[in-house]
Design a binder for this molecule. Structure first.
Ligand SMILES: Nc1ncnc2c1ncn2[C@@H]1O[C@H](COP(=O)(O)OP(=O)(O)OP(=O)(O)O)[C@@H](O)[C@H]1O
Length: 373
């Protein structure tokens, strides 16, 4: 039996928000109701005040129960999404250790709106946009993005680094920036570290605010980070993407002209399987893929200097060959790389001529040599 949009709205109009006494439809909280007759899945989004966050979980449950009672619905997926301006962090919401505490009130810019139409996919003043992506989390995307940014800057390029990993931003920690970016209400002034212009959504929002963002909210936030940050003239803007093949990746390719994607993977089969999905996504979105990079390629013992291949060896190189992509290099797994990133000075900044920086610097020189960065 098919369920219509109106059926879902009718069910949701029988659920009231206890805070206002209004039903969800009358309160204009319902977005994107939909039904998939093949799977029996009904979907909807509730757009809510971010300040109420988790307190609205029972309301979401009640809304899902109302929709699941409709004949023909076998599963329900309701999502809470936030609207409204970013608030300053509250004492009740301590920042995660990985995120430095911003030192002032949030800029008055309203982050977290739905995407708006834009005339062009070109970012004024920005020559190239490189997307750093991976299918799987934790493979070293952020480490590569930060070190590549610093390495390109060391070669004299004008480089921006945008942390678009909205649910797990780490560039503020890796690049060692903690000040709250300033804003004139129209534009956001980015920060600068190690010769790179840096911006992270993690510097703009209290941690518990973006976690409930989905779909259009993520897209809107990314669009604002691209267009409202005063990047200045850049040879290259590196975008550190979240892991996977979700809304942020899609939105970046739809809203901006990605000149090249770099796919990071460890040599393990599971990571490579996910990397293949990322490659397929960029191909579908017509974004050029510059190649694959193998991170954590071999473990270099800090004591004896010997190398062991904990996660296997050459997996990404072989996969790149199978996919018809260039293999752009292997980064060793080394304690110094992790420690430098945790300390806010990527290894290329901390020890530019050392052996661990070499692979990142070679990648930067190769991309410049090929006119890609
Ligand atoms: N080559 C390396 N040698 C040593 N440690 C590394 C290396 N690459 C990454 N790491 C460490 O592994 C952890 C995960 O790396 P990173 O945050 O860069 O991955 P990610 O793919 O961006 O993760 P996420 O999916 O959370 O965004 C970090 O602690 C980082 O310091």
């Amino acid at each position: 039996m098919s369920v219509t949009r109106e059926d879902i709205l009718k069910a949701l109009s029988r659920v009231s928000d206890p805070a206002t006494g209004k039903d969800l439809v009358a309160a204009d909280m319902v977005r994107a109701p939909g039904f998939d007759p093949e799977t029996g899945l009904a979907r909807f989004i509730l757009e809510v005040d971010p300040a109420r966050g988790k307190a609205l979980e029972p309301l979401l449950k009640a809304a899902e129960a109302a929709v699941s009672a409709l004949p023909g619905v076998t599963r329900v997926s309701g999502v809470l999404t936030a609207h409204g301006p970013a608030a300053a962090p509250s004492a009740a919401a301590p920042a995660r250790a990985a995120r430095p505490a911003p030192d002032g009130p949030a800029p008055s810019l309203k982050l977290g709106r739905h995407p708006t139409p834009q005339a062009s996919k070109k970012l004024a003043g920005v020559d190239r946009i490189l997307a750093v992506a991976s299918g799987k989390g934790g493979v070293g995307k952020s480490t590569l993005s930060a070190n590549l940014a610093v390495a390109l800057a060391a070669e004299g390029r004008r480089v921006g680094l945008l942390d678009a990993d909205i649910h797990g931003p780490s560039q503020a920690r890796m690049m060692g920036v903690s000040d709250r970016p300033k804003s004139d209400g129209e534009t956001i002034l980015p920060l600068h570290a190690h010769g790179v212009t840096v911006m992270s959504i993690g510097l703009m929002l209290p941690e518990d605010e973006a976690v409930i963002w989905r779909g259009p909210m993520l897209m809107g936030a990314l669009q604002q980070m691209m267009n409202q940050v005063r990047w200045g003239d850049l040879d290259v803007l590196i975008v550190d993407l979240p892991p996977g093949t979700g809304d942020v990746q899609l939105s970046l390719c739809q809203k901006a002209e990605v000149t090249g994607a770099l796919i990071v993977s460890t040599p393990q089969d599971v990571a490579l399987l996910d990397a293949k999905k990322a490659v397929a996504m960029f191909r579908k979105l017509d974004a050029p893929i510059l190649g694959m990079i193998e991170n954590m390629s071999g473990f270099v013992c800090p004591h004896c200097g010997g190398e062991s291949h904990i996660f296997g060896h050459d997996g990404a190189k072989e996969e790149a060959g199978r996919l018809g992509l260039p293999f752009l290099g292997a980064i060793p797994l080394h304690l110094a790389i992790r420690v430098a990133g945790d300390d806010g000075a990527p290894i290329v900044a901390r020890d530019p001529d050392g052996p661990q920086a070499a692979a990142f610097r070679a990648l930067a020189r190769r991309l410049i040599g090929e006119g890609k960065a």
